[in-house]
Design a protein around this ligand. Sequence first.
Ligand code: BEZ
Length: 230
Amino acid sequence: MPGLLLGDVFPDFEAETTVGRIKLHEYLGNSWGILFSHPRDYTPVCTTELGRAARLRSEFTKRNVKIIGLSIDSVEDHQGWTKDILAYNCEESSCVSLPFPIIADSKRDLAVALGMLDPDEKDKNGMPLTARCVFVISPDKKLKLSILYPATTGRNFDEILRVVDSLQLTADRQVTTPADWQPGDCVMVPPALSDKEAASMFPAGIYTKELPSGKKYLRYTPQPNHNANH
Ligand code: BEZ
């Protein structure tokens, strides 16, 4: 499905994975979901990424996020590779298996359907590999975020957690989060809210930055309900 847009219902595909055949929507249930794709099994950057995702298991669980990986090799390859990932990334007792499934997209059906191929990276037969996609899916199965990294650049998982925090906050509250926002920082009042609406919505107060234009659009308020989060 080239051209999947933010807000679209994410395709409810069925796929073979390291934990058997799954239907995406059923697998996600009422959780948030992250689908993240990988160029190929037994490759260095991917090995560091899957290991980091495994080590962040409790952070994803805390946020009610189920993750699912994808690579264009077979379930058998994924299972062999998993042993390397765990050996390289985890203390002996801390993970005995990956805490999420990996889709075996051997025929590249999903990679093509979801626009995940990286034309610059090819296998030995000249076939394009998968890029490093991050799709964040809300509990109502809508696409909330899509980031596409080339095969040559590993993802920043602190940023993935940060963006999930922002998405979950802004799904519930009429606020926006500024550049480099971290949970607990002040949030911003969206332009669509008048000062009067904002004042009644944010009793903790609104701080407006003075600007050369005289326009009062940089409005901050403490993050609502901060202590209720995590
Ligand atoms: C890697 O994971 O290191 C990788 C995979 C495919 C192309 C380039 C890098």
